[in-house]
Design a protein around this ligand. Structure first.
Ligand code: CP
Ligand code: NVA
Length: 305
C-alpha cells in the first residue's frame, strides 16, 4: 500500500509509469472506452479548503473507473477537535481504499498517512501540491514534447505549487528556474535538499523575471496570495507587481513559449487576460488533465495494494 504525501513518495520511473497509464486511459476515453478498473473501490475526500479542479477530478475519475466517492469538510469529518486526527484516519482508512486530503497543515496529511490503512493522497497542503505538478509535467510532455528539451520557468510566489513543480522537474531532469521577489523565494532548505538529491539537474533562483524567462519553453505562475493568505492580498499586489506575466515578459521568452497556471487565476494580477487567453496559454488543457492524471494515479496506487 502506497501514499502520495509529497513527490518524494515516487521515483522517476514510477512517475513515468503513471504518465503512461494516464495517456492510455485518456486515449481510451477519447474512443468512448471507460474501463471499470476500480469497480467496488471507494474513495473518501476530506477537504479543509475550497476546490474545484482537485475535488472534481478525483470524484469524476473514481466514478468513471467504476468506483464511488464521498466528500467531507474537515469539520464534518470531526477534525475540528471532535475526535483525534489519528482516530479519524483509522476509521476512514477502514471504510475506504483511498483518501484524498486538502489541508492547511502538511503535518495533518502525514499524520493521516501514518494511521490509515488506505492510500492517502495529498490534494494540496500549504507545503505541496503533488497531483498538480504531476499533471503539469504530463501536460508539458503531451503538448510541448520531449521533456529533455524543455525549460520551465516559474515566476511568482515560492509556494506549494512551486515546490512540487521544482520537485517533479528534478525527478524528470527538466531544468527549472524560479523568479520570486526577495522574501518570497522557495524555502532554501527545500531547494538545498533537491540540489543535494539531484545534483545533475538545473534548479536556479533568479530574482529578475526578465532574465529568468530567457529561453523558457514554459512560463508558469500561480496566485500571489494562496488560500489562507487572503489578508496579505493588498500588500502582495505591491510586492509582486513586477512579476506579472504580461506581453512584455512573454516576449522575453522563447518564441513558442507556452503559458501555464494551475488555476484558479486572479486575472489582471499575476497574469493579464491577454496572456491567459492567448494562443500561448495551455491552462485549460492543463486543467482537463487533472482528471486524466487522477484516473492514472488512482489506478496505479490501487495496483500497488
Ligand atoms: N489547481 C487546483 O488545485 O485547483 P482547485 O483549487 O480548484 O482544486
Ligand atoms: N497556491 C495556491 C494553489 C491553488 C490551487 C493555493 O494554495 O491557494
Amino acid at each position: 500500500m502506497r501514499h502520495l504525501v509529497t513527490l518524494h513518495d515516487l521515483d522517476s520511473s514510477e512517475i513515468l509509469e503513471i504518465f503512461a497509464l494516464v495517456q492510455e486511459l485518456k486515449d481510451k476515453r477519447a474512443r468512448g472506452e471507460r474501463p471499470q478498473l476500480l469497480q467496488g473501490r471507494t474513495m473518501t475526500q476530506v477537504f479543509e479548503k475550497p476546490s474545484l479542479r482537485t475535488r472534481l477530478s478525483f470524484e469524476s475519475a473514481m466514478w468513471e473507473l467504476g468506483g464511488g466517492a464521498s466528500f467531507f469538510s474537515c469539520k464534518e469529518a470531526g477534525l475540528d477537535g471532535r475526535e483525534s486526527v489519528e482516530d479519524v484516519a483509522r476509521v476512514i482508512g477502514r471504510y475506504s481504499d483511498v483518501i484524498t486530503l486538502r489541508t492547511f497543515s502538511h503535518e495533518l496529511i502525514e499524520l493521516f498517512a501514518a494511521n490509515s490503512q488506505a492510500s492517502v493522497i495529498n490534494a494540496l497542503s500549504d507545503l505541496s501540491h503533488p497531483c498538480q505538478a504531476l499533471t503539469d509535467l504530463f501536460t508539458i510532455q503531451e503538448i510541448a514534447g520531449d521533456l529533455s528539451q524543455q525549460k520551465l520557468v516559474y515566476v511568482g510566489d515560492g509556494n506549494n505549487v512551486a515546490y512540487s513543480l521544482a520537485n517533479c522537474c528534478a525527478k524528470l531532469n527538466v531544468p527549472f528556474v524560479i523568479s520570486s521577489p526577495p522574501g518570497f523565494e522557495l524555502c532554501s532548505k527545500l531547494v538545498n535538499t533537491l540540489k543535494k538529491n539531484f545534483p545533475q539537474v538545473q534548479l536556479e533562483l533568479e530574482a529578475d523575471p526578465h532574465k529568468a524567462v530567457a529561453d523558457a519553453t514554459v512560463i508558469y505562475t500561480d496566485v500571489w496570495a494562496s488560500m489562507g493568505q487572503e489578508a496579505e492580498t493588498e500588500k502582495r499586489k505591491q510586492i509582486f507587481a513586477d512579476y506579472q506575466i504580461n506581453d512584455s515578459l512573454l516576449s522575453a521568452a522563447a518564441k513558442n513559449c507556452r503559458f501555464m497556471h494551475c488555476l484558479p487565476a486572479k486575472r489582471g494580477l499575476e497574469v493579464t487576460d491577454g496572456v491567459l487567453d492567448s494562443s500561448h496559454s495551455i491552462v485549460f488543457e492543463q486543467a482537463e488533465n487533472r482528471k486524466h492524471l487522477a484516473k492514472g494515479l488512482l489506478v496505479w496506487l490501487m495496483q500497488q495494494s
